[in-house]
Write a protein of this length. Structure first.
Length: 255
């Protein structure tokens, strides 16, 4: 289920097909029963309206959750770039040899963080994550010796800045893992199926055309697509572009 949610276009196609088939099932169920009278149509109309209203509310809440997570990922990217840029400046407080080494590591680290945001290939992403872990160890080791040799307030400032760099990557990774729960998707889909079955069941035409049932499934499927797209940090159309990290990388390499 999670693998499907990572690909919004697949979510759109599957939801469109499932919801359209649900409406067709409603039509077939109605044909096997006696004709409904006006009172029964009215009662079913109330149930159908309540189901679709509930579906609209859940879609609205889910979209709000997806937007919130997107904004969080965007803000954390900016904070990560600020933390790396600040530590690059603070590295100048170290002795010249250690400062040059730390700054070189930070340049490579920024490049790997940009690749983390832009890479879609799974194998390539594993290599990027491995490189990031290795550079984090190298960065901490590079400041550990000079800070331990001279435990001054200035050295503590450098160590604090490096801690912010490492923490910012952890916060970003946690935000990328923070997705809309699968249970919420199942609930939305179940209510959508029930609503479309009721739509098909309450059709007054004896033989409604199949294309008539594409309107509601199409609207709901587009809504699901947009939610999945906003919630998918790597494979969606709407993604966080690492503009701050790219700008920082260009600035550091220019120096």
């Amino acid at each position: 289920m999670t693998a499907v949610l990572d690909h919004p276009l697949v979510v759109f196609v599957l939801c469109l097909v499932v919801l359209w088939l649900s409406a067709q099932i409603g039509v077939r169920i109605r044909r096997k029963r006696r004709l409904l009278n006006e009172d029964e149509y009215a009662d079913l109309g109330v149930i159908q309206g309540a189901a679709l209203t509930l579906l609209a509310l859940i879609i609205g809440f889910s979209f709000s959750m997806a937007v919130g997570r997107y904004d969080q990922r965007k803000n954390l990217e900016e904070e990560e770039a600020n933390a790396i840029g600040t530590e690059y400046v603070r590295a100048g407080l170290l002795p010249a040899a250690e400062a040059a080494r730390v700054r070189q590591f930070l340049k490579s680290y920024v490049d790997q963080r940009v690749l983390f945001y832009t890479t879609r290939d799974a194998n390539r992403l594993e290599q990027v994550n491995a490189a990031i872990d290795r550079l984090q160890s190298d960065l901490w080791s590079a400041i550990q010796a000079p800070v331990n040799a001279q435990p001054t307030p200035v050295a503590a400032l450098v160590a604090s800045g490096m801690n912010d760099v490492l923490n910012s990557q952890g916060y970003t990774q946690a935000a990328w893992w923070n997705r809309i729960p699968v249970a919420a998707w199942c609930l939305m889909l179940a209510i959508g199926i029930a609503g479309n079955v009721l739509v098909g069941f309450t059709m007054r035409e004896a033989a409604p055309k199949p294309k008539q049932f594409f309107v509601l499934p199409g609207i709901v499927a587009v809504s699901f697509f947009l939610i999945a797209d906003m919630d998918s940090p790597r494979w969606g159309v709407i993604r966080v572009a690492p503009q701050n990290l790219i700008s920082l990388s260009a600035s550091l390499h220019a120096q």
